[in-house]
Design a protein around this ligand. Sequence first.
Ligand SMILES: C[S@@+](CC[C@H](N)C(=O)[O-])C[C@H]1O[C@@H](n2cnc3c(N)ncnc32)[C@H](O)[C@@H]1O
Length: 382
Amino acid sequence: MADNIRRRLYNLLLHFFNGQIKEDFFTDTPYRKFYRKIYFEIFRHFGFIQYVLTKYLKKDTPVESMASLTLGAAQILFLDDIPDYAAVNESVALTPKKQKPLVNAVLRNIVKNKTNLLKEYHIYYDFPHYFFDRWQKEFKDENEFESFLQSFHKVPKYYLVSTNDLSIKEYEEGFNNSIYYPMDINSYTIPLLKKFQNVSNILDCCAAPGGKTILLSKLYPNARIKAVEKNPDRVKVLMQNLKKYKCNNVEAINADFLHFTDNIQYDLILLDAPCTALGTIRKHPEVLWLKNDKDINRMSKYQKKFLEKGLTHLKKGGHLIYSVCSLEPEEGFENIHWLLKKNNNLKLVTPEIDKKFIKDNCFYPLPHKSEGDGFFAAILTY
Ligand SMILES: C[S@@+](CC[C@H](N)C(=O)[O-])C[C@H]1O[C@@H](n2cnc3c(N)ncnc32)[C@H](O)[C@@H]1O
């Protein structure tokens, strides 16, 4: 009989091989840390594991076998505290009957040749070509490039924000005080990049689940805030969060921001745009393998529409914060330069934060210099 929780890892992999992300934090099991560790090793080393598997497989291997083989190989190669026989047996047990002999044979071969296979390991294998190539160009110093890549394998840190005084502290297991909102440290920084004066109305263009809306509500308690979100299910979560954290100055609106109309010119606009989420790969390493150059370019074009629309709602002298959880230049710097070129009066305002997180007047925390997700943010005014 297969272990039911390993089956959940197998299901994550089945979804993944079908091009989908399925989240499972294993919070309902006392062995959460153990299963999360397997999940991280699978996707951090996904590239090397596939390289190893291709030595033993034909091209058209069924996805069910790919899922059990990836699960088994990750444990054999990267998790020393799991006995090899357990990794093989559990993976075979999860596999459909007809495919069991293949999975069994390949995993036993990997066990037999483990030492030699691991001699071939290099961190470069853990990154897909599109990502590796675009980032190698960014670094003149090879050691810095390697430390950039290594930083994606670091255990991600989770934080809690006090909605009373906006202080932030590291997440503690079992801590469930109702005034705290869980948040990434760089996501938290975005509404705090600069304290603006005379803010009486705020527009949050893409608001759910509402982390940054909550911060804006507490930072500017006298302002009226409109929080727009297109996805009806996510609006429900947004509304629950606004109620839970007593954000009484916020009105949640279920609308497509690109078609949103009202007659207010805003003092402050937060445009936390949809993006590839490639800055979040320390926490969600599978994202790296589900995106490519085309997605980055498609998102960049889509974000330009949000930027143009956002500007139409900005009061003269007001500020617009544009942010994405991605470090890819097309989604950040290039979009901002495009907008500045089109609008002569528009200017960048430098964030008032630690200089090590600033590049070209924008917030740009690189993962080897920061504990949080990779973000890009720019403050614009005119
Ligand atoms: C990066 S997330 C926002 C995170 C949020 N600001 C926070 O701090 O919790 C982007 C959000 O934009 C929403 N979205 C995507 N397209 C949209 C559109 N056309 N209009 C409004 N919201 C949209 C997505 O559903 C998603 O919830």
